[in-house]
Write a protein that binds this ligand. Structure first.
Ligand SMILES: [Zn+2]
Length: 412
């Protein structure tokens, strides 16, 4: 039989929302993947914006290395070995189904035999979703295949699936949409042959969700009419502007072929671990992945303890979002530290996320030694990474066209 790989990235999917639905309204689809796999409850995305984060998922590198910092590039250098290229070389047929800002101009199509970009209105609750599922029945039957699926229903103005669009399924549009996405997950499990398919389910970054939909609408008005001039908590929803836990913590579920069943792992892991894990599954040569910062997450017994490696994440300067500062953070052991790169004297925010998961108490001054250690760790990381950076600038007419397209999609 052929071995297939599906990476399903659900835009804006937060770890807590995926793993802990209300007790009286459990999910029906996500748990099917969890039962047939291992769920990492402490996964960090490498970036809080779609394009840099997706590039990290596909290359196994942090944005500081692959260089794709913004929605407008730089473009991933063509010689750079993305997962699609590695799997193509191994004989897999590679297809991407993407939307949002993942336009082919960014170079993420590298290595894919087919890179289908669709408009965000073609989503899983429309005919597109039915067509996609129908096509999946024959997927990977004749050749080992890799499918990279990006779905966008939770993003910014969540689109709801009618049967779940009632208060029974949550007070916010985000919550109600999530039940529709979970229902799609249930349909996927029905179709996929998990004995021969490895599924990686994750979010590209988290999301700050307004307590009420009214506040989310206010932020849209603020952006449109006042260009973000109105500040304050009511106006900070969405993602892209900071590296708080609810923005960087995403679910990571490895399910199906070669995965242990029904395991939950709280050890911090990262999106940069996905490429080494898949490389291990399909026995890729270490020469491709040996220099990557991530680790193979299977078998579970080999995962290093939490305090042995730092995990980095960043908010890039995306342009057109709530803030243009560049924020960077690290998780090591029980602590996270983050600060702004552009503010020289910023001592940052330090939290003990095991004791204080909602990051209420900033320990940066009280535990200044820990803060200094982690800050040095970030400085070393930046120094090493910048000597490797290899994105390709997008310039001139090509840049104007890309900006125009992103503007029409509501990004700038
Ligand atoms: Zn995204």
């Amino acid at each position: 039989m052929h071995h297939n790989i599906l990476i399903w990235v659900i835009d804006c999917l937060r770890a807590d929302k995926c793993f802990t639905p209300p007790a009286d309204k459990p999910f029906q689809g996500f748990p099917l993947f969890q039962r047939r796999g291992v769920s990492f409850t402490g996964c960090y995305s490498a970036a809080v914006n779609t394009t840099p984060s997706m590039t990290s998922i596909l290359t196994g590198c942090y944005p500081f290395v692959h260089g794709v910092h913004k929605l407008t590039g730089p473009r991933l250098a063509p010689q750079y070995p993305s997962l699609a290229q590695l799997l193509t070389d191994k004989g897999y047929h590679c297809r991407a189904e993407v939307t949002g800002p993942l336009l082919p101009a960014l170079g993420l199509d590298s290595g894919f035999h087919e890179y289908h970009y669709r408009s965000a209105c073609e989503h899983i609750f429309t005919g597109w979703g039915d067509q996609f599922l129908a096509g999946l029945r024959d997927w990977g039957r004749d050749q080992s295949s890799f499918l990279f699926l990006h779905t966008f229903e939770l993003h910014e103005k969540p689109v709801r699936d009618k049967p779940f669009d009632t208060r029974l399924y949550g007070a916010t549009e985000y919550d109600r949409t999530l039940y529709g996405v979970d229902n799609f997950a249930r349909k996927l499990v029905d179709i996929l042959d998990l004995d021969n398919t490895t599924v990686v389910l994750t979010g590209d970054h988290g999301e700050v969700i307004a307590r009420r939909d009214f506040y989310r609408k206010l932020t849209v008005i603020n952006r449109t009419l006042f260009k973000y001039r109105l500040k304050g908590r009511a106006f900070t929803v969405g993602h892209g502007y900071d590296v708080r836990e609810d923005l960087v913590r995403v679910p990571l579920i490895l399910s199906g072929h070669s995965c242990p069943h029904g395991e939950f792992v709280a050890t911090p892991v990262s999106h940069v671990d996905i490429v080494p894990t898949i490389s291990g599954l399909v026995s890729l040569s270490k020469s491709h992945t040996g220099s990557l910062p991530g680790v193979n997450l299977l078998p579970l017994a080999d995962i290093s303890p939490a305090d042995s490696r730092p995990i980095f994440f960043e908010a890039c300067d995306v342009g057109g979002t709530q803030a243009r500062r560049r924020r960077i953070g690290v998780r090591r052991g029980r602590y996270v530290l983050f600060y702004s790169l552009d503010e020289k004297d910023d001592v940052g925010e330090l939290y003990d996320v095991e004791r204080d998961p909602e990051t209420r108490t900033n320990l940066a001054r009280r535990e200044d030694r820990v803060a200094r250690d982690l800050s040095d760790c970030i400085t070393r990381f930046i120094k090493k990474s910048e000597s490797e950076a290899r994105g390709q600038a997008i310039e001139g007419t090509e840049l104007s066209e890309l900006e125009e397209k992103l503007r029409s999609l509501g990004y700038m």
